[in-house]
Design a protein around this ligand. Sequence first.
Ligand SMILES: Cc1cc2nc3c(=O)[nH]c(=O)nc-3n(C[C@H](O)[C@H](O)[C@H](O)COP(=O)(O)O)c2cc1C
Length: 157
Amino acid sequence: MPVLKVIVVYESMYGNTKRVAETIVEGINEADGVDVSIVELKRVELNGIADYDAILIGSPNHFGGPTRGIKGFIDKLGKLQLNGKFFAFFDTYMGNDFEKAANKMEKQISSKIQKIKHPILSLSIKVQGIKGPIADGELYKCKEFGKQIAAHIKEGF
Ligand SMILES: Cc1cc2nc3c(=O)[nH]c(=O)nc-3n(C[C@H](O)[C@H](O)[C@H](O)COP(=O)(O)O)c2cc1C
């Protein structure tokens, strides 16, 4: 089986979403045959995105949705040829906004790309204040999510 390529793109103001992204990567790395890259939004090269089998996008919840930067990034993805790719989304949130930003990202990508591989997985991680830290018991979910993603991608190819 060929090596499957995954990219994790995230934005993070205070480092919590970065930590979530890194822990997801740890989980993915436990699987054989999956090659994962992690890149901060401001360093991402749009032209290389179509080379990946799976695209994971993470954002802090800002005002009930993903950051402006992440929204702009997803808009740009809509102009690439990404039919048949696997997508997953993750967010960090503070209050009662569980999965709100992740769901909005999912809706946005679904409106832009016709043939996404389903299901689209998502993860929402609670932080204890605007600057964090990540709430107790949340981090283990990130690693499990990474493992789940790897298994899911391998199954789909
Ligand atoms: C400008 C701003 C707006 C925010 N709005 C919300 C919000 O509407 N709902 C929520 O649950 N958290 C909100 N937060 C809290 C963020 O979700 C929290 O800062 C974030 O998860 C921390 O992640 P980071 O360390 O990766 O930046 C907001 C934070 C900022 C800075």
